[in-house]
Design a protein around this ligand. Structure first.
Ligand SMILES: [Zn+2]
Length: 189
């Protein structure tokens, strides 16, 4: 999904939020894996000073990591594009449920839930999207979409974290971390 798709097309937003509404109740079942737990233990032992992640699922925090920078944001928060107000996704879940009574029950028979809370459902007709309670603006997951940039202050914090470290452990393959490492030079590898 791109930022332009999200802000430019009401039908697209309705589909997104309808699927996300159905999927959200399942995401709390997701648990950190051995990799998340290992990094948390390394931080507790003083070997890791911080974690930079492109994941939006907050599983590092769930595993016990404390110094985490969510480069691409997190799906646990929702941002108003009008006034900048941030609310929790759990808070939005209550509002979406109130706006769409019975929707989940009607579609829940055979849904497939992706790790990002996207639920594959046949029809999203009739789903009512929630707007900002303060200003009526568009609500968007606090996630960096294609077509958006990571906020400069967040990039600066990430750079500072890497700059202050003796080594960078690249766990998994991710272009952003690789690019970050290259920007900071080989001395950090
Ligand atoms: Zn607003």
């Amino acid at each position: 999904m791109t930022f332009q798709q999200f802000v430019g097309d009401a039908a697209y937003r309705r589909t997104y939020w309808a699927r996300n509404h159905v999927g959200w109740r399942h995401v709390h079942r997701t648990r950190p894996n051995d990799g998340h737990l290992a990094l948390a233990r390394m931080e507790a032992a003083g070997a890791v000073v911080g974690v930079l992640t492109q994941n939006v699922d907050r599983l590092h925090q769930a595993a016990g990591s404390r110094a985490v920078i969510d480069l691409h944001g997190t799906y646990a928060r929702v941002l108003c594009l009008g006034c900048g107000m941030v609310i929790s996704r759990d808070e939005l879940a209550v509002r979406l449920e109130a706006l769409n009574p019975g929707f989940v029950e009607a579609v829940v028979a055979d849904v497939e839930i992706a790790p990002d809370a996207d639920a594959v459902i046949a029809s999203t007709e009739g789903f009512t999207v929630a707007d900002c309670e303060a200003c009526g603006g568009l609500l968007k997951p606090d996630i960096v979409y294609f077509g958006e940039n990571v906020p400069p202050a967040r990039v600066a914090r990430a750079m500072a974290l890497v700059d202050g470290a003796d080594a960078l452990l690249d766990a998994g393959t991710s272009p952003t971390l690789t690019a970050l490492a290259e920007a900071l030079g080989d001395t950090h590898r």
